[in-house]
Ligand binder design. Structure first.
Ligand code: NAD
Length: 487
């Protein structure tokens, strides 16, 4: 097999819109550039969808809905199974494409391909497990039937940080449930999604079931779709600010809505923790995806008796990482997505330092081309530093301390976000108390990674609502009809 190179993937990746089973240019005949965050250079130009393209994509999804809902669940599941196998076979191609447009090192991109593919495997199995209920009316006489039906045409908006997995997490259950869809990938990273659409076409997905419209005119193209009375569901992964605006728009048609929004994950290290394991977990929770993950540990809350040791060990590991272009062998930390993102991270670090925080390592952008930032550890971070309150989205670990368990949980919960919290402890009774006390949709105990296609991913508070993956994932795409049957 020919080696996978930048040239080989860019010369074959689809760059058009995918509407009604056809690949075509934008109705405006315009394109927009996709950049390599490691160099700032243009990788390729992609068709720039317009409002009319968005409407055409919804027309196609609406037209395909009835036939798709009537397609046997086993057939829908088998298409997903084929897509899982194709994606797994093409891991290297997808990983290269993702690293080029998003920046993460190739090994991490391979990890994302595997994670993304798991949603197709999981939901290929869920497609044939959609059940209703049958009951006798408690008062006697009639029978109560409940049936599950696909919600209908769905609009999916995905972010740039996990360009593939944030798509398969939505597409997998929608396909399994019998929903058709329009997908709008992030403008920074449309290539992975376009390649995925081609793969699903190859796996046998009928035309019109999945439509992809990339655009640089996001708000303008999205709003008419959300306000269209034929749309039934909106699912969004992205920032809380944009999510809030989309929920407002979705109120007009009272859409079913799922929101996977921002996070501010606390990472608790208790005095009884295995400190080496905690540092290992911290590296994963902090450095996975260059810190550009909604699940990224944003605040390290460490018991005051072990904080100094933890900080020293973490700084040693973080300071030893190799930063560079993600396609280069041995690189462990890629560039941030844009210069603006990197500058935003630096501002947070500087503000904390100005207020008295101490740098144990890093603290500066890396000179030269690309949007690189040095892995950074901050200690003595004052409680009012912005870096503790805002989503950092970069390789920066601020460490603060707590005095006892109640203080730890109180500090962990003092955020408007509620996506994920991590805790390291060897005390099993504490595991239960802390898991019950933490106001988060997910809790990682003695692990730095919680994402799993077989588990319900999602948050509470300003991190949104709805769950992706697990048994819960498909229910987001199902509607209940109750039939009162008088025999
Ligand atoms: P973003 O909100 O800027 O963009 C997300 C998507 O929304 C993109 O496709 C973008 O083009 C689109 N968008 C932006 N403005 C829009 C508008 N006015 N109308 C319609 N669409 C619009 O977020 P981002 O910077 O791409 O992603 C990072 C954010 O995503 C972080 O806050 C992160 O925590 C969050 N995220 C959450 C999860 C989760 O599962 N909870 C997963 C990954 C990322």
């Amino acid at each position: 097999m020919a080696p996978v190179t930048q040239k080989s993937v860019l010369s074959t990746v689809p760059t058009q819109l995918f509407v009604g089973g056809e690949w075509r240019d934008s109705l405006s005949a315009t394109t927009f550039p996709v950049h390599d965050p490691a160099t700032g250079g243009v990788l390729v130009e992609v068709a720039n969808g317009t409002v009319a393209d968005g409407e055409a994509a919804l027309d196609a999804a609406v037209a395909a809905q009835a036939d798709w809902a009537a397609t046997p669940p086993r057939e829908r599941g088998e298409i997903l199974r084929r897509a899982f196998e194709l994606l797994t076979e093409r891991t290297d191609e997808f990983a290269m494409l993702m690293t080029l447009e998003m920046g993460k090192p190739l090994a991490e991109s391979r990890g994302e391909v595997a994670y993304a593919a798991e949603f197709f495997r999981w939901f290929s199995e869920e497609a044939v497990r959609i059940h209703g209920r049958y009951a006798v009316n408690p008062a006697g006489g009639s029978r109560l039937l409940t049936m599950q039906k696909p919600v209908g045409p769905t609009f999916m908006i995905t972010p740039w940080n996990f360009p593939l997995a944030m798509g398969t997490r939505k597409i997998g259950p929608a396909v399994a449930a019998g929903c058709t869809m329009v997908v709008k990938p992030a403008q920074e990273t449309p290539l992975s999604m376009l390649a995925l659409a081609a793969l699903l076409e190859e796996a046998g997905l009928p035309g019109g079931v999945l439509n992809v419209v990339a655009t640089s005119d996001t708000a303008v193209v999205s709003e008419p779709i959300i306000r269209d009375p034929r749309l039934r569901k909106l699912t969004f992964t992205g920032s809380t600010a944009v999510g809030r605006r989309l929920v407002e728009q979705s109120a007009e048609q009272l859409l079913r809505v799922s929101m996977e929004l921002g996070g501010n994950a606390p990472f608790l290290v208790f005095d009884d923790a295995d400190l080496d394991a905690a540092v290992e977990g911290a590296m994963l929770a902090k450095m996975r995806n260059i810190g550009e993950a909604c699940t990224s540990a944003n605040r390290f809350l460490v018991h005051e008796s072990v904080a100094e040791d933890f900080g020293r060990l973490l700084a040693k590991r973080m300071g030893g990482l190799t930063v560079g272009k993600g396609t280069k062998p041995g690189v462990e930390v890629g560039p941030l997505i844009t210069a603006k993102a990197r500058d935003g991270v630096h501002e947070l670090v500087q503000e904390a330092v100005d207020k008295g925080a101490r740098l144990l390592t890093g603290g500066e952008p890396v000179a030269g081309r690309g949007h690189f930032y040095a892995p950074t550890v901050l200690v003595d971070v004052p409680a009012d530093a912005r870096v503790l309150a805002e989503e950092i989205f970069g390789p920066v670990a601020p460490i603060t301390t707590f005095s006892d368990e109640a203080d730890a949980v109180r500090q962990a919960n003092s955020t408007e976000y509620g996506l994920v919290a991590y805790a390291y402890t060897r005390d099993h009774a504490r595991v239960i108390r802390v898991s019950e006390g933490l106001e988060f949709g997910m809790v990682g105990i003695n692990t730095g990674i919680v994402s799993n296609a077989a588990a319900p991913f999602g948050g509470v508070k300003h991190s949104g609502f709805g769950r992706e993956g697990g048994f819960e994932g498909i229910s987001e795409y199902l509607e209940t009809t109750y039939v009162s049957l008088n025999p």
